[in-house]
Ligand binder design. Structure first.
Ligand SMILES: Nc1ncnc2c1ncn2[C@@H]1O[C@H](COP(=O)(O)OP(=O)(O)OP(=O)(O)O)[C@@H](O)[C@H]1O
Length: 294
């Protein structure tokens, strides 16, 4: 599935929720879509899933515009934190409906997931707990095997063991039936190992789109004597600083050569890796520097 977003904007009245967003997803990979509350993740995903039309720019899925395009819609599964309070149908009936609509739907796998999540198929969806309703969405999303599958914070309300089942099944089913999957999430530290690529949306704009391993390898936390650290990071992109007395820790984003690592070691500077969670927090924070009082 090829997803191409070009100079996309979305306005709600006078408010620009998405501005000049461009990116391309070319592979059958798992893409993590990160962004703080209100960054525009759901707005963007709703456009990809044909739930909403953009104000400007273009979106194409396999070369076609998705909005009101039935054949594209059939290939895009959008699972989100749906309000099921009026859904009187049972889990079984809901799965029957999905099976009719989704050409790749694997009923046997759906039944297996229903058992894994301990869902009562006969129960009306509205009578299931919030976490169980999310498990129904996960079941539909995985078993549909849609070429473009979008999970928008679909885990809400699921307890930790259920989320673990979701992640494990996602990886295993992706291995068996590769497709393009977009996962939007706030649980960055819990889900980072799932991502092949990361897109960071900030204030309605794409801040970065990178391969996960390459992104992580670029981040580093440089700690040591404040003056020595300042000198060492001079030519680097600093994204966070912390000070404790004469010691300073600076988080940078950028490659460090073998020579630079040797120099750091000679100067008593420590270089530590950073997590995606830390990069996410630092890159999207509002204030730049804070000092820890000793
Ligand atoms: N229907 C709407 N009408 C007006 N403004 C909206 C509407 N939907 C979203 N917005 C605004 O657009 C911005 C982006 O919202 P969106 O739901 O896309 O963000 P998000 O990144 O998914 O946030 P969260 O992580 O909190 O779910 C927010 O400022 C929100 O208030």
């Amino acid at each position: 599935m090829n997803v191409k977003v070009d100079k996309l904007s979305l306005e709600y009245g006078n408010y620009a929720a998405l501005q000049d967003v461009s990116f391309e997803l070319t592979d059958k990979k798992i893409y993590g879509l990160l962004g703080r509350n209100g960054a525009g993740k759901t707005s963007l995903l709703s456009i990809l899933a044909s739930f909403r039309e953009q104000s400007a720019g273009s979106v194409t899925i396999n070369g076609e515009a998705p909005f009101e395009n039935a054949s594209i819609m059939q290939q895009v599964a959008f699972l989100y934190n749906k309000d099921y309070k009026d859904e009187t149908d049972s889990v079984k009936k809901l799965l029957d409906g999905v099976e009719r609509f989704r050409p790749n739907f694997d009923r046997e796998y759906a039944e297996y997931l229903v058992k894994r999540f301990k869902l009562d198929q006969k129960k009306a969806i509205k009578k299931l707990s919030k976490g169980m309703q999310s498990a129904v969405n996960v079941t539909i999303g995985l078993a549909s095997r849609a070429p473009l599958t979008i999970f928008d914070e679909v885990y809400l309300g699921m307890d930790a063991p259920s989320r673990d089942i979701f992640y494990k099944e996602l990886l295993e089913d992706q291995e068996r039936h590769p497709r393009t999957i977009i996962l939007s999430t706030h649980l960055v530290s819990e889900m980072d190992y799932l991502f092949d690529e990361v897109l960071l949306l900030h204030g309605g704009k794409i801040m970065l789109h990178e391969n996960y391993d390459e992104l992580i390898s670029k981040g580093a936390k440089i700690t040591g004597n404040a003056n020595v650290v300042d000198d060492f990071v001079q030519s680097k992109q600093s994204i966070h600083e912390e000070r404790l007395g004469g010691t300073k820790a600076v988080t940078i984003l950028g490659e460090l050569s073998g020579d630079e690592r040797r120099i750091a070691s000679d100067k008593g500077i420590e270089i530590a890796p950073v997590t995606l969670h830390e990069l996410f927090v630092h890159l999207t924070k509002e204030d730049d520097v804070y000092e820890t009082k000793s």
